[in-house]
Design a protein. Structure first.
Length: 284
């Protein structure tokens, strides 16, 4: 009896060591925060450009707008990779630009050689005729429009970008990320279309994120397909459970990813700007 018990304990010990090691190996984390001034204009740093663009959406049946960042020294002889970056439930195509200074974050990182020059598209992820964040933003048709956006993105917006801008039309040069509702979109669309995207980021992803087994029905192919899977959330965020459940599923299925639990992080742009700063440095 004593022998069996001792042997069982040994096995349990070995199993725990194995589980512990595999958890360390599957996910990486880091605690560094973006440095002071990362989101402010710096002297001597060349500025990229933000423009409003328009595209025809067969999905919605309207002409839709997006913002588009082109890096400093943008030229038609270069072919650029593209990041598609999504807003939250209360936002629209301007949300990142108005609250997150993404262009300044990119300009500063590019000047320091820490980010590849890329085109960043800031779409409107509420794919319906009136896509403004008006009235009750949680209304069913408005929430559904965030999932309809998958078709608009794949069939209307990406083809428009690839027909009109000097971009590399290949999954390894296409990234998708977003905050909250847009984080859910990025995980759903990115993991659901790994033939289109090789770099995926969910920042404080909302409950529109599919349940893990639906999000990743085929865990064994993810590591070979994706170049980066980045999930992050503030530890004070009421939506933290969504990121934790995704992280636990990824770990237990040996799917490599970066998992950042941001100390004293809330559901706000302090966290999302920090995520953007770190995520774009890992791309391409
Ligand atoms: C929810 C709570 C929050 C939800 C969405 C959100 C669809 C989105 C938050 C955001 O985008 O900031 O229950 O359900």
């Amino acid at each position: 009896m004593i022998n069996i018990f001792t042997s069982m304990k040994k096995h349990l010990l070995l199993i725990s060591i194995f589980v512990y090691i595999s958890v360390i190996v599957n996910s990486q984390s880091f605690i560094e925060r973006a440095p002071e001034g990362f989101d402010l204009p710096q002297t001597g740093v060349l500025a990229g450009k933000i423009d409003t663009i328009a595209y025809e959406s067969n999905t919605v049946g309207t002409t839709r707008n997006a913002l588009l960042y082109t890096p400093p020294c943008f030229n038609l002889e270069t072919q650029y990779p593209v990041l598609y970056l999504f807003h939250g439930i209360g936002g629209d195509e301007f949300e990142w630009y108005v609250n997150g200074s993404p262009n300044l974050i990119f300009d500063n990182l590019i000047a320091e050689g820490k980010m590849k020059p890329m085109i960043v598209v800031l779409p409107n992820g509420r794919a319906m005729k009136n896509d403004r964040a008006e009235g009750n933003i949680f209304e069913r048709d408005k929430v559904e429009a965030f999932s309809t956006f998958e078709q608009d993105l794949l069939n209307d917006l990406i083809p428009h970008i690839e027909a009109n801008y000097p971009v590399i039309k290949e999954r390894k040069h296409r990234a998708i990320a977003g905050l909250s509702m847009g984080g859910g979109q990025a995980l759903n669309f990115g993991l659901g279309n790994m033939n289109h995207f090789a770099w995926v980021g969910g920042f404080s992803s909302a409950p529109n994120t599919k349940a893990p087994s639906e999000l990743i029905p085929n865990p064994s192919i993810v590591n070979e397909k994706l170049e980066l899977l980045y999930i992050s959330c503030g530890d004070q965020d009421a939506l933290l459970h969504v990121t934790v459940r995704t992280h636990e599923f990824l770990d237990s299925n040996n799917i490599l990813h970066i998992y950042r639990l941001i100390p004293n992080g809330h559901h706000d742009f302090v966290v999302w700007k920090d995520d953007l700063y770190h995520f774009v440095q890992l791309l391409f």
